[in-house]
Each structure stands twice: as structure tokens, then as C-alpha cells.
Design a protein around this ligand. Structure first.
Ligand code: GRF
Length: 215
């Protein structure tokens, strides 16, 4: 069974979507643990209530990024997950951590990468008057929000959309996309090797698998 270690910092709604997909047997995987760098993360309480193993690794007392990464690596090596699933995890992982877990770290980002890396993506699409917005699941590499794309879901921005309405709509897409990608990995239809993503044996082109919600 595919083993997932989930990393969160906040609400954990993507963690919840993954958990529910497993509980409903759509996703064949087990969650080895949920780790948060933020002791107050609401998702931690939820994970505990579901009986999942949780770890709190508060980054504040740890002086350097390397110390945090080393402590996190220790936790995760013991669990030997197939994938480390970043789900609203608000820390940048350093190059050594990324190399240690090469091809195993996944992230979900609320934009159609490579557009709008970083924070405040919903406001950025509105400021740029973009026509489309979406979410991306990608491999984590040394560059922030820069690893190979695996899959994206996109929507058309409506005239009356606000950053808040987009946040709600994008979350709905994320909660479908992340468990789907994980199941494709579980069944071997998506494979990752040396930072390159393959779907059904074909190397994916720059955009990953693309699912428009507006056609
Ligand atoms: C998501 O929108 C995700 O794309 C981004 O952070 C948000 C996390 O939300 N990386 P949640 O904690 O899963 O509710």
C-alpha cells in the first residue's frame, strides 16, 4: 500500500480531502503521519480526531532552516513514505532535504504554474485581469514552486469573482485533484524518475495533465 506522509501548516482541507478519499476507498493509500510546523494548525486537531499519528515540529526554537530540515528528515526517514505530501505547508525545504527525498515530495499550489508563484495568488490573477485560474500539483525541487508539473485543474474567472470567491472555488478543484494524482501514482499510471514525470509511459510536456473545468 502506498504510504503518504502529509505536511501541513494550517487548516488542512487538502489533508482532509486525501483522508476522506482513503476512507471511502477511492484512494488506496495509508497516511503514516501528519506533521505541522505550526503547533496551532487547525488541521492537527482534525488529524488527531481521526486517530492519525501527528508530529509537531515548531520551526521557531530551531535556529536554522537546516536544523528544521534535519529534524523533519529524521521523522520522515523512520516512516519511509512513498510520498511526502505538502498540503498547505508554509516552509521552504532546503536543497539537502529535497535531494534526500528526490522524486518523493509533492506540493499543491493555488495557481496555474508557472504563473503566480508564491503567496496571494487569487489577488494576483485579479490584478493581472487573467481570464483563467487554477491549481497545480507539482514535484518539489530546489526552486520555489518550480518542480515539474504533474497535473492542473483550471476554471474561468467570472466578472464578480473576488479573492475570497476564488479561494473557495480553487479549494474545490484542489480537493479533487490531489487525491486523483495520488491514486494515479498508486496505480502506477503516473511515475516520477529523476525529476521527470511520466503518464502512461509518456514524458509529460511542460504543463502536466490539464483539466479545464470550463469546456
Ligand atoms: C491550498 O490552497 C494550497 O494550494 C496552498 O495552501 C492552501 C492550503 O489549504 N499550498 P489547506 O490548509 O489544505 O486548507
Amino acid at each position: 500500500m502506498m504510504k503518504l506522509a502529509i505536511l501541513i501548516s494550517g487548516n488542512g482541507s487538502n489533508m482532509a480531502a486525501i483522508y476522506k478519499s482513503i476512507a471511502s476507498k477511492q484512494l488506496k493509500a495509508v497516511i503514516t503521519s501528519v506533521t505541522s510546523n505550526n503547533p496551532q494548525a487547525a488541521g492537527l486537531e482534525q488529524a488527531k480526531a481521526w486517530g492519525l499519528t501527528t508530529h509537531v515540529l515548531d520551526h521557531q526554537p530551531l535556529k536554522t532552516r537546516d536544523a528544521f530540515d534535519a529534524a523533519l528528515a529524521l521523522i520522515l526517514k523512520a516512516e519511509a513514505p512513498d510520498f511526502i505530501v505538502l498540503a498547505g505547508f508554509m516552509r521552504i525545504l532546503g536543497p539537502q532535504f529535497v535531494s534526500t527525498f528526490q522524486d518523493k515530495i509533492l506540493n499543491i499550489h493555488p495557481s496555474l504554474l508557472p504563473k503566480h508563484k508564491g503567496l496571494h495568488t487569487h489577488q494576483k490573477v485579479l490584478d493581472k485581469k487573467d481570464l483563467y485560474h487554477g491549481t497545480s500539483v507539482h514535484l518539489v525541487n530546489h526552486e520555489l514552486d518550480g518542480g515539474a508539473l504533474i497535473a492542473q485543474k483550471a476554471l474561468k474567472i467570472e466578472n464578480d469573482d473576488t479573492a475570497e470567491s476564488l479561494d473557495k472555488k480553487i479549494k474545490v478543484l484542489e480537493h479533487q485533484l490531489y487525491p486523483w494524482v495520488l491514486q494515479e501514482l498508486a496505480e502506477g499510471r503516473i511515475k516520477i524518475k529523476d525529476g521527470v514525470v511520466f503518464h502512461l509511459g509518456e514524458e509529460l510536456s511542460a504543463g502536466g495533465l490539464f483539466f479545464p473545468e470550463f469546456l
